[in-house]
Write a protein that binds this ligand. Structure first.
Ligand code: ZN
Ligand code: FE
Ligand code: FE
Length: 317
């Protein structure tokens, strides 16, 4: 299958739409490069029928802190929220290896300092892309001036793509990636490379469980998984939106073989379809969500019992 991990686009749905998934462990809000406010996302998820939701913004826990703040209104009834994050690492070959982290300690200052360093790199990259676009006659300066990015902590290329569409330089977010800002494009600017082992260590030192995101292409290209498990990987994203059943089955057996927690989710950013439609195009078993929650609780109860430090209770009912 040709699932590119090169750009954070919305995976397409190959399967016919069924009922909404009860569990979604991979979503983005406008605190990174998604379009929905954190509050709007939890409300949309609850309305769609999701019972266990993880927000996994890139390089920031801001949305989760807002939702869990003492003054914040309660979560929608029946919805459980897990703290998560996504870190974009890459191999020396350039192949992207995205690492999800679950169960992070929202109050860990050392973790926050490291995430802030990653966000600073994102800001530099964002400005360089904008400058490149200016040089090639596709300025988005005027459009960006009209975007409210004051609460966006982790800037990413989807925001550039949306600006290119608004400025008339691209017909869609996908078109912007394909012709202008994706790898090989005239305004492509690479990320400073974060090593996958460093991303896993960052998650673990922050009290979390590290999970390999949308792994189909990565694990098919070489036997990387054993290396990642050796440096502390604890889970595999088996039920990813758009993965056909045979890929899900193969990933599930890989997870079992390496004793990894099988997770899954929509990778919702909000460009292609409303959340309710996206939730019907992915199916993460309720049992998988329950196993992740149980693993995180075990880790929190016995810091060294499961092989990763479990300081945080990241579960809120
Ligand atoms: Zn993203
Ligand atoms: Fe990703
Ligand atoms: Fe993602």
């Amino acid at each position: 299958m040709a699932l590119s991990t090169e750009r954070p686009r919305e995976p397409s749905s190959a399967a016919p739409e069924g009922p909404a998934t009860p569990v979604d462990l991979h979503t983005h809000t406008s605190r990174s490069d998604g379009v929905l406010e954190p509050r709007a996302l939890v409300e949309a998820a609850a309305a769609a029928g999701v019972r266990l939701l993880a927000i996994t913004d890139h390089d920031t826990l801001a949305g989760l802190r807002e939702l869990r703040a003492p003054e914040a209104p309660p979560l929608p009834a029946g919805l459980e929220l897990l703290a998560g994050i996504e870190l974009n690492a890459a191999l020396e070959t350039g192949t992207e290896v995205h690492v999800l982290g679950y169960g992070l300690d929202l109050a860990d200052e050392r973790l926050e300092a490291r995430l802030e360093a990653l966000r600073a790199e994102r800001r530099v990259r964002f400005e360089r892309i904008v400058a490149r676009l200016r040089e090639i006659g596709c300025s988005i300066d005027a459009v960006l001036a009209g975007f409210d990015l004051s609460r966006t902590e982790a800037l990413g290329r989807p925001t550039v793509a949306r600006a290119l569409v608004a400025a008339g330089h691209a017909t869609s977010v996908a078109d912007a990636f394909e012709r202008l800002i994706g790898r090989g494009g005239p305004a492509y600017v690479p990320h400073p490379r974060l090593d996958p082992a460093a991303a896993i260590a960052l998650v673990r030192e922050g009290g979390g469980l590290a999970v390999l995101a949308h792994p189909a292409e990565v694990v098919a290209s070489r036997d990387l998984l054993a290396d990642l498990v050796a440096v502390g990987l604890g889970g595999l994203e088996v039920y990813y939106r758009g993965y056909p059943p045979e890929v899900v089955a193969e990933l599930a057996s890989l997870a079992a073989r390496h004793r990894l927690v099988a997770t899954g989710g929509s990778d919702f950013h909000g460009d292609d379809a409303p959340y309710a439609a996206v939730a019907r195009s992915v199916s993460v078993p309720a049992a998988a969500g329950a196993r992740l929650v149980a693993a995180l609780r075990d880790a929190a109860a016995s810091p060294r019992g499961k092989g990763w430090p479990g300081r945080a209770t990241l579960v809120r009912r």
